[in-house]
Design a protein. Structure first.
Length: 268
């Protein structure tokens, strides 16, 4: 039976029923919000996105969403400091459409990246992280530039452990440690320059969602098409989607590759 917003709303109401929380279904916007009764702080879930993932992955989607919401609301009910936790500050990649303010109007620290993506900054809290807003930085008597430098240094310290797959003469390298910063590795310029020097063909990169990054050594035209298909598949499955577009890395710049995965490469 087809999943609908009303059915998903009922599932989420059962899963997220706690005395300290309110849940609100907005029929017009097709959203479901969970928030603390006392503060009104909370998280808004876009139901069509959840349903699309549910149809692909089933009950596991709801399990992951429940855990994500619980952790997010737990963090919202706490106050976090940056001083003494410098090694836990990292950049995270989000879609350009991602909000630049918190629900309660605090401006998040961001850096422009590409037309499709934007860089945010996060304080790692173990199981999850909190996005850093300008007020948090100000309260520490830090400058935003200092915080960004710390994050840039830390992203270069993240492990690189890629799995290789060769398809039609093109090499694809997948990084998916599920540490929350797989896509952030696109900001490690040392890594990008190393791969650019080592690869035989063009260096193309895809960050379809937060928990995967694909580096592609493109040696023939079919390679672009294969990467586009991979990116679209991962984008549809990701808990935190970023972009289905891939990028070409040239002269230390990322340029989007506009390729439609309409034709599949011919078998040899």
């Amino acid at each position: 039976m087809k999943m609908t917003s009303i059915k998903m709303k009922k599932i989420l109401e059962e899963r997220l029923h706690y005395e300290e929380w309110n849940t609100v279904f907005n029929r017009d916007k097709d959203t479901f919000r969970v928030e603390w009764k006392e503060s009104g702080k909370g998280i808004t879930i876009t139901l069509p996105n959840v349903i699309a993932k549910y149809e692909n992955r089933g009950e596991k989607t709801v399990d992951e969403l429940e855990e994500h919401v619980k952790e997010a609301l737990r963090i919202m009910n706490q106050t976090h400091e940056l001083t003494g936790k410098e090694q836990h500050i990292f950049p995270v990649i989000r879609a350009a459409s991602f909000p630049v303010e918190t629900d309660n109007g605090k401006k998040l620290v961001t850096t422009e990246h590409t037309a499709e993506t934007r860089v945010y900054y996060a304080l790692d809290l173990g199981k999850s992280y909190q996005l850093i807003d300008e007020e948090m930085v100000k309260n520490e008597n830090w400058t935003v530039d200092r915080m960004k430098e710390i994050a840039s240094f830390n992203v270069r310290s993240l492990s690189v452990d890629m799995k290789k797959d060769t398809v039609y003469g093109n090499d694809f390298y997948f990084q998916s440690t599920q540490d929350g910063y797989d896509a952030s590795r696109i900001l490690n310029e040392v890594l990008l320059e190393k791969l650019k020097a080592e690869f035989e063909g063009e260096l193309a990169i895809s960050i379809p969602h937060q928990d995967v990054i694909i580096f592609a050594d493109i040696k023939n035209p079919e390679g672009y098409d294969i990467l586009a298909q991979m990116a679209m598949k991962f984008f549809a499955e990701g808990l935190v989607p970023v972009t289905s577009l891939s990028f070409l890395y040239e002269d230390k710049q990322l340029e989007p590759i506009f390729i439609l995965a309409q034709k599949k490469p011919k078998k040899k």
